[in-house]
Write a protein that binds this ligand. Sequence first.
Ligand SMILES: Cc1cc2nc3c(=O)[nH]c(=O)nc-3n(C[C@H](O)[C@H](O)[C@H](O)COP(=O)(O)OP(=O)(O)OC[C@H]3O[C@@H](n4cnc5c(N)ncnc54)[C@H](O)[C@@H]3O)c2cc1C
Length: 422
Amino acid sequence: MTGSSARPRVLVLGGGFAGVGAVMKLKKADADVVLIDRHDYHTFQPLLYQLATGLLETSAVGHSLRDLVQDQENATIHKTSVTAIDLDARQVQLDGMAPLTYDYLVLAIGAEVNFFGTEGAAEHAFPMYTVTDAVRLKEHVLERWEAADKDPSLVEDGALNVVVVGGGPTGVESAGAIAELYRGDFEKDYPSVSQESARVVLVEAGPEIFSMFKPNLRAYTEEALRERTVEVITGEAVAAVTPTRVTLSSGTEIPAHTLVWGAGLQGNQLVQSLGLELERGNRIGVGPDLAVPGHPEVYAVGDIAAIADARTEHPLPQLGSVALQSGEHAGGTIARRLRNEEPKPFKYRDKGTMATIGRGAAVVQMLGGRTMKGMKAQAAWGTVHLALLPTNEDRAHAVVDWAGAALTHQRTGRITVRTDGA
Ligand SMILES: Cc1cc2nc3c(=O)[nH]c(=O)nc-3n(C[C@H](O)[C@H](O)[C@H](O)COP(=O)(O)OP(=O)(O)OC[C@H]3O[C@@H](n4cnc5c(N)ncnc54)[C@H](O)[C@@H]3O)c2cc1C
């Protein structure tokens, strides 16, 4: 037993889908559950692009972690960064507070952006992984439009052009949403700016976008992007980025003051220091019950883990539903072990692969191969993602925001509020 309490301590690192799922499943456990996150909120990443394009407010994408565990008698939270983890000593170092030891550890600190060493990307690209990233992108785009409104010569220089890297869901969803923002609200907001001089370009290094979807869904997506005036370039990687130019591998230079990076992820860098053998993408390989090999008291879940699908033995994708279900499984398993019950293997319940391209345009591919597109797919996307939201209040909030946006097409969040007095 750890610390001054007589109860075992379960330390959950990370308050994303995986960490929150674990904490919730430990609600009735006879243990002290301690949740650590560097933010005081849970981030709903699937909606970041809606925050970045002013469709949703910050509070619809970030939910207070303290609020989430308010009614959980055995849980406490610390808002701090994990700086080191010693698996042998069972101790975690934290920024600005004393280290904590544990009886059980849930590693759920997620993934981070991978720029694959692209020149200038770390300095000038806009990743889409955190609330800060989304707000930064929104403010940058708004600032460029305001600057171009004052100085039209900036338009020639590509101030309003956006290049989005990555033909997977993050890239496609971001490109579609930015194009809708441009051709909808900005067309009315900035009538003096010609929309032809504000390009949205999606760049994918592979031969096609949405390679994880069937050909009919890929064709539908390409058409939906075209309708939204997104230019799609495939078979080209981004080679270099400066504040005003994007250079492709062929040498083509695109004048663009904004490059959105939706191309790659890797496990949180902290995993490098754990002395574990890591799998592709800097992820921790886990056993069938999600325990870390050699450390049966440690579970790795969500984006940080390489979890093999019990059915196919292929690694599961980095998705919200995988993170939530694996976190719940780890929390449930620890609760079982505390009751001296045997752990069970993790079985993922696949809800399908899905993505939204824009208003009324979405694609869904079900486990058995069935596909859906358009409004029907968007409704399915909404149902699955509403289930991922942490509370009923959040679900109600999201429904009101989505319905409001669908009816009015208004992006009320397209304002810049600075706290530095400028
Ligand atoms: C733009 C975007 C769109 C997406 N769209 C979809 C979608 O439509 N559907 C879908 O299913 N999935 C989607 N995903 C994937 C999904 O969001 C992730 O798979 C999921 O969030 C992973 O959950 P997690 O709990 O493992 O990690 P995260 O959600 O990343 O949570 C990790 C937590 O750990 C904390 N943390 C990290 N490092 C530290 C540290 N050193 N100290 C303390 N705290 C730390 C972070 O603050 C964070 O709260 C999307 C992802 C992105 C980025």
